[in-house]
Design a protein around this ligand. Structure first.
Ligand SMILES: Nc1ncnc2c1ncn2[C@@H]1O[C@H](COP(=O)(O)OP(=O)(O)O)[C@@H](O)[C@H]1O
Ligand SMILES: [Mg+2]
Length: 223
């Protein structure tokens, strides 16, 4: 699914964000990527869907390799990899349904299928009654579930989530985690970055990776 081999990432102004990281997220796995703030989690997540290229080493994502990547391949990757952020990044002033419909539109879904499919996706995340609500009228947990519905729109092979519960209270966190767990139980790989170790401990069946200062220092699958 996602394979990093000896990946380093150096920023012109930030020095090394990652140093010689190798990791492999396999089909159907649930993986937490943990580490203190600044340890390189978000950098790993961006490299994992080729929003950025490594300084050295190689990234493979759903069959594509970072050292010979075309614009066409990037579009394919956008469809094969769903992405969820801490701050939701929904279109403001639009409804939940419009937010999900929008990605279906830009990825070429036949017009007549868009609304029914967006509605199904909102049902999948438990938001049927909120489809017509403007996103700013929704709670944080509900907004994140709209973002998850959007991320699932193109039936990705893997879901990446960068601190998806960082802005949520306990109850909303549980709702979002239950949803990720259920999505994973249906076969989708999930890679979730979080600094919240208490949350990670609640899911002892998940695989845990830990970054420290840009280096991978722990992998529960190798322990
Ligand atoms: N775009 C960037 N430009 C410069 N430095 C960056 C950039 N993105 C991240 N960094 C640096 O890389 C390191 C890792 O950051 P990040 O991946 O955001 O860590 P985390 O998500 O674990 O908090 C930090 O020292 C950060 O300042
Ligand atoms: Mg981060």
């Amino acid at each position: 699914m996602i394979k990093l081999t000896n990946v380093s990432k150096e920023y012109a102004k930030g020095g090394f964000a990652l140093r010689d990281v190798s990791l492999h997220v396999k089909k159907g796995e649930f993986v937490f990527l943990t580490g203190h703030s600044g340890s390189g989690k978000s950098t790993t997540m961006r490299l994992s869907h080729m929003a950025e290229r490594p300084t050295s080493g190689e990234v493979r994502v759903t069959g594509y390799t970072s050292d010979r990547i075309t614009q066409r391949a990037l579009w394919k990757i956008r469809r094969r990899v769903g992405f969820v952020f801490q701050d939701f990044r929904l279109l403001p002033g639009r409804t939940a349904l419009e937010n999900v419909s929008f990605v279906l539109e830009v990825t070429g879904t036949p017009r007549k299928d868009i609304v029914p499919r967006a509605q199904r996706l909102l049902t999948r995340v438990g938001l049927t009654p909120k489809a017509g609500s403007l996103v700013h009228e929704l709670s944080g947990g509900e907004q994140q579930r709209v973002a998850i519905a959007r991320a699932l729109a193109n039936s990705p092979y893997v879901l990446l989530a960068d601190e998806p519960t960082g802005n949520l209270d306990d109850r909303a966190t549980r709702g979002v985690m239950d949803l990720f767990w259920d999505i994973n139980a249906n076969g989708m790989a999930v890679l979730m970055a979080t600094h919240d170790l208490e949350l990670v401990r609640r899911y002892p069946k998940a695989r845990v990776l830990e970054l420290d200062n840009g280096r991978l220092v722990y992998d529960s699958a190798a322990a």
